[in-house]
Design a protein around this ligand. Sequence first.
Ligand SMILES: Nc1ncnc2c1ncn2[C@@H]1O[C@H](COP(=O)(O)OP(=O)(O)OP(=O)(O)O)[C@@H](O)[C@H]1O
Ligand SMILES: [Mg+2]
Length: 371
Amino acid sequence: MSVYLGLMSGTSLDGIDAVVVSWPNDDAPAMQVRAHVHQPFEPSLRERLLGLNQSQPGELEDAAAAALAVAQAYGDAIDALLARASLQRAEVRAAGAHGQTVRHRPHAQGGGFSIQLLNGALLAERCGIDVVCDFRSRDLAAGGQGAPLVPAFHADRFGAAGQARAVLNLGGIANVTLLHADGRVGGCDTGPANALLDAWAGEQLGVPYDDQGQWAASGKVDPLLLQRMLAEPYFQRPPPKSTGRDLFQLSWLEAHLATLGRPLAAADVQATLAELTACSVADALQLHLPDSRELWVCGGGAMNRHLLGRLGLRLAGWQVRTTDALGLPPQQVEAVAFAWLAREFTARRAGNRPEATGARGPRVLGCLYPV
Ligand SMILES: Nc1ncnc2c1ncn2[C@@H]1O[C@H](COP(=O)(O)OP(=O)(O)OP(=O)(O)O)[C@@H](O)[C@H]1O
Ligand SMILES: [Mg+2]
């Protein structure tokens, strides 16, 4: 039995999703999720991590300290996970741990980089489990975006021979996987999802997120604001492409609101942000996977009923369903992907899809801290 842990904390900064996944061996496709834990970040750690998304004095020391704190939080999640699955650490081959992204600069002068805070050495020391982390750097070194990394797993788990399918992950950022009928696998980040929806709901209502999108549903889309936001050059760029909080943050929204020169009800802004996500996803799918009619949604945004409804309206003729119907709950998919990536690393198989990231070729992803 090949047992791996997967740990993901994404750009929404809501916390850590951790899973235990077992396969009969390192080559078999059939998998079983044995346990899932969601562990919210302590509010003070969340604030520190959010702050580190922007340059600030003392950031090197702060980042090193935060990487240790993230390792402790991941360690707590692993403890909870092992207890829930009644699993001994010796039974686990490795933990695939993503870390917390605080910079994503695939186009930086002198070479692209992406920074995920996580002190892998401390996590291995603390848990007594092999830790595989730093999954993005190798793809970037090979000329890729280092993102999205989940298309290979989506293809493995959700692919259907001869059938075009799209998979959409609604995290802080939205990313799509394009499963072409001929077996090609593409994908890209389409733009913002929960990062902006959460930030606006937090600022205006003091809530962590807009439950089921009810607040957005109570507002009216402002066509001019939508048009101005969609004019952001990122949306027109062809894949491969990836983005993050570096671009899509509250100040980006506020700059667009300021150009309107008139006040807008807060609920209308939320409705327009939801529409921005629906529109940018639907445009990307209709352009890059025109022969598909199937969209499978995962990530926490799959709980946003309003957003899923808007997606359905924008994708006329498509079936929009969550990955529940394919046997994997939406909240588990990304964490399972990192367990799968740890398995691919262990077997020295490539974890990237060059068509999705733009890398020069397939690469083994990750860096190992052995026990
Ligand atoms: N009931 C709900 N209604 C609306 N939105 C929800 C609900 N539950 C969760 N969400 C959204 O899902 C987010 C968390 O999703 P998720 O963990 O997939 O994102 P993430 O951490 O950015 O992940 P990743 O970067 O891996 O995609 C929350 O911040 C919130 O915006
Ligand atoms: Mg999350």
